[in-house]
Design a protein around this ligand. Structure first.
Ligand code: NAP
Length: 492
């Protein structure tokens, strides 16, 4: 793939990594939120301290460029710090206490106390396009550790230089901060990845990658004698709808920003706007043709380059499509951007060919005749991570009519903005209906922890024997719901 071979994990090493992860689970799960937050902050500090050593390795693997990769290390560190804050705050435990009530509406009720607890060892598959932020210790790993789950990460074959040192920084930072041995391990090789999903010690899988790879591994996870949740964050089309009024008011500016968003990371973003819907008579397709930068770009590896050229070539010869700019040609991982054009009228007949994710610097401009036709397109689209509308303002009636149609289609609905750039915050939702994910959860933002936790209710357990999160005195000082009332009460 990159000329640097990665040895596969031997059966003996595999066994040792899995056994250590299983042994670490009870101790890691029993750490207090404060202790676990300290582990997460240690990884953030370790990554920043070794950034200048890691970035050139990631660049040699991926050709993503130093500036972008420096930013990605920072993003990865910030992710760990955000989870540290979330762990400290404690609402993620969802602690609920219903004290015994001898006069309940249906008769006497026992003392019931419910909280979330870690699942156990989690397998993580990172993607090639974000070597740090969605890689070995990206958001999946950070959220699983935050939840109290040891992680066994599968090394990506497109990151042969980075993987070893990256894993070492994470493991050493965790160990130095007092993490149980086995909290973080790695395995490599296709078969090790499959064995990981099938291993009975693995309790959940976080996957970021292609729709086909995700589907194959999701089927494996579901077919286990004891099935486990599989959280697949997959590819996505991310349609963007431009209303007639928005096109008239600022069509040229929208095209400029669209081209910038498509070109980020050479189009290798799961949030790339792969489809732009514009009015037929707006001239926006012609502006795309005139302004697109079609200089060659370097993709992550030859396999992605070949798939890109095959995919864009198939469209270039499609009767429903016209190339606006660029050419479907390439040499290994070096390819040319391609912008193409079709109409909504063609969509019904050729939906699958037109709307497949083409990973790389490609996007399709689809023209529509009127707002009714624009709305009719929504029914033909599949689930996406994001869907956006560009409007003339809050009183643009076409945009207001589109918004409720977009909500069932996507996990994040955008207004006058672009899907690339996924903020790491408490309110973020990075997910969406199938085929963009195989899950209803987010892989970015504080609630990503939810994937690796399960609820448990304790009935009539003596106070001294309850987990600290549920004890009467609330020794952790966390927000809880007691007899139906949030305590402490949230700010007005
Ligand atoms: P990929 O080829 O699917 O690889 C991801 C990982 O899964 C690799 O470790 C790969 O290992 C493994 N894998 C894939 N198929 C497998 C199979 N059948 N059996 C066992 N292991 C398998 O994905 P990628 O090329 O790295 O990433 C690009 C894709 O990720 C794009 O579609 C992009 O949109 C998506 N992505 C999504 C998000 C999101 O958050 N939704 C974020 C970033 C990227 P092997 O190569 O050894 O098989």
């Amino acid at each position: 793939m990159s000329g640097v071979e990665q040895p596969s994990t031997s059966p003996a090493e595999f066994e040792q990594v899995l056994e250590s992860a299983a042994a670490a689970a009870p101790a890691l799960g029993a750490m207090s939120p404060g202790e676990r937050a300290r582990l997460l902050r240690a990884v953030a500090a370790g990554l920043r301290a070794r950034r200048d050593e890691l970035v050139p390795l990631a660049d040699a693997d991926s050709a993503l460029g130093e500036a972008r990769l420096v930013g990605e290390v920072e993003r990865t560190a910030v992710q760990f710090e955000m989870f540290a804050e979330a762990v400290d705050e404690g609402s993620w435990l969802e602690a609920v206490i219903d004290r015994a009530n001898p006069e309940g509406p249906l008769g006497p009720q026992p003392d019931l106390r419910r909280m979330l607890v870690p699942l156990g060892p989690v397998a993580v598959f990172g993607a090639s396009n974000f070597p740090f932020a969605f890689g070995l210790a990206g958001g999946d790993t950070a959220s699983a550790l935050a939840a109290g789950c040891p992680v066994v990460a599968k090394v990506h074959p497109a990151q042969p230089r980075l993987s070893g040192p990256y894993a070492e920084v994470v493991a050493k930072s965790l160990a130095a901060a007092g993490a149980p041995e086995g909290t973080f391990g790695v395995v490599s090789g296709l078969e090790s990845g499959r064995a990981l999903v099938m291993d009975p010690r693995i309790t959940a899988v976080g996957f970021t990658g292609s729709t086909s790879g995700g589907r194959a591994l999701a089927d494996l996870a579901a077919g286990r004698p004891s099935p486990v949740p599989f959280y697949g964050e997959l590819g996505s089309l991310n349609p963007v709808f431009v209303t007639p009024a928005a096109a008239a008011a600022r069509g040229e500016g929208i095209v400029r920003d669209y081209l910038a968003s498509v070109g980020l990371g050479a189009g290798q973003f799961c949030t790339k706007p792969g489809l732009l819907l514009v009015p037929e008579d707006s001239g926006m397709a012609e502006i795309v043709a005139a302004e697109a930068d079609t200089a060659p770009v370097t993709l992550l590896h030859d396999g992605i380059g070949d798939a890109y050229v095959d995919g864009t070539r198939a469209l270039a010869t499609h009767p429903a499509v016209r190339i606006l700019a660029g050419a479907p040609e390439g040499d290994g991982r070096t390819v040319r951007p391609v912008l193409a054009r079709t109409t909504i009228a063609e969509l019904a007949g050729f939906r699958d060919e037109l709307l497949a994710e083409r990973f790389g610097p490609f996007s399709l401009v689809m023209t529509y005749r009127d707002a009714d036709e624009l709305r009719s397109a929504v029914a033909l689209l599949e689930g996406s991570l994001t869907a956006g509308v560009h409007a003339a303002g809050p009183d643009d009636g076409d945009a207001a009519a589109l918004l409720p149609l977009l909500a069932p289609l996507a996990g994040r609905v955008l207004w006058n903005s672009w899907p690339t750039g996924v903020a790491v915050t408490w309110a973020q939702h990075h997910g969406g209906p199938h085929p963009s994910t195989t899950s209803i959860h987010t892989s970015v933002g504080a609630t990503a922890m939810r994937r690796f936790l399960r609820p448990i209710a304790y009935q009539s357990i003596p106070d001294a024997l309850l987990p600290a999160a549920l004890a009467d005195a609330n020794p952790l000082g966390i927000p809880r719901r007691v007899d139906g009332v949030l305590t402490p009460e949230p700010p007005a």
